[in-house]
Design a protein around this ligand. Sequence first.
Ligand code: ADP
Length: 490
Amino acid sequence: MLDSVRVRLTFWYTSVLALVLILVAAVTYFIYSRNSKQRTDSDLVELSDAFVTTLQAELKDQPGPEGLRNAGIEAIFEHRFRDHVFILLDASGKPVVSSWDLPVAAPIDKFTLEEALHGASFPRRIQASSRPGSVFISLRGGRNGYRGFSRKITLDNQLCTVMALQSLHAREEMLEDIRATFAWTIPIALLLASAGGYFLARKSLAPVVAMSGQAGRIGATNLHERLAVQNERDELGQLARSFNSLLDRLSESFERQRRFMADASHELRTPVAILRGEAEVALSQQARSLEEYRESLSVLHQEAERLTHIVEDLFTLTRADAGQYPLQPRDFYLDELIGECVHSARTLALAKNISLNFDDVSEAPIRADESLLRRMILNLLDNAIKYTPDGGRVAVACCRAGDEYAVSITDSGTGIPVDLQPRIFERFFRADMARSRSENDGGGAGLGLSISRWIAEAHYGHLELTRSDSLGSTFTAYLPAAAATTATTR
Ligand code: ADP
């Protein structure tokens, strides 16, 4: 049951409320009880004052040995209050007169003068209190005990003690009422609050339940569906928006993957079809010359190589996407690597009568994955030569700018149309889609630049098309001098 957020919320809410209510009730009860005690004490002092005044006045009219007792009787009659008891004691502590001796008021419960005077501590404390000492005391007995106030006074040259007692019955009854009231109001309040809390929690969480239902129905086939956002500004609206944007990203990535698969299978289909076709033709003809067989095998070899190349590129990109391509950084000289690449590409350039220049300037030490950088530079050189007409020029430069190297490859080709420039780094994109592979067997699958850009980025650098117009194009790779220090790709 506690697995439900609604129930947990209600439980916590009710527990906190119960704690607060109990605390408030306890504090209220304590303050009331303390105040009523103080009020009782001040009442007792007032009563005792009034009683002594009356006693003094009566004593003037009551001379003789019985004067004190008679004055006491008169004073008690005059102050006959229901819950109050007066006791007058002489100097030796013997009772002269008390309310219990007179029919002034029903003697309160079963509490007696003896109990009051010989009870546990009251007499002792009265005796102990020094003149003109006065003392408050609480007495057990009767229904709820008594609060007493005793004071010593001198009347007609005699030391007497006047005691005023008040039953605590009414006060205790009031406190009992308060306790009883709390005892039933707090549980009822908690019951109502928990019902209200549960209702509110249910109502507030209803959109979450609805969202989880909607989210549960979204799968690969209906990834375009989105959660309904009721209020964009509240927390649930924000949750729905975040979830929707997660779905956007997921569906984008799904779409990319789908396109990648479609493009990859399309790219693989062509060489496979050529391989099959060429093999079928070779096998179908009974009598073929050695020359014809050689020709067929060379086509098969060429296409197998292309296939290997595409598969390798695809494998590289898949591992790069998964962040699983391990970089193997080491220290070497970038200018030397570029020199080697230029040397390798010279044969290709010569075949097209293209002049290939590299101005080897100063030393360019770098820490990077050499084989990946070699692949990137060869890709760029291969493109530059491939897309430059016969007799053109390709120039390679490497210069240091601050903490990074800028490796640029400039060709005198026909350039890339402006509207296609932003797309050339996309996977499988070829500016001249119409170009067929059989017409131009140097044409790749459109993966070279994607891989080159990834290589630059894996080294915390970047690759840009810095210029492209009718006079040619320049690709520049910016590489931090201390590039790859980690063992894996980003
Ligand atoms: P491809 O294998 O087709 O060369 P790339 O990813 O290397 O694939 O290049 C993508 C496209 O960018 C190419 O098809 C080409 O149209 C264009 N391109 C790349 N380099 C150059 C260049 N130096 N000059 C003109 N066009 C280029």
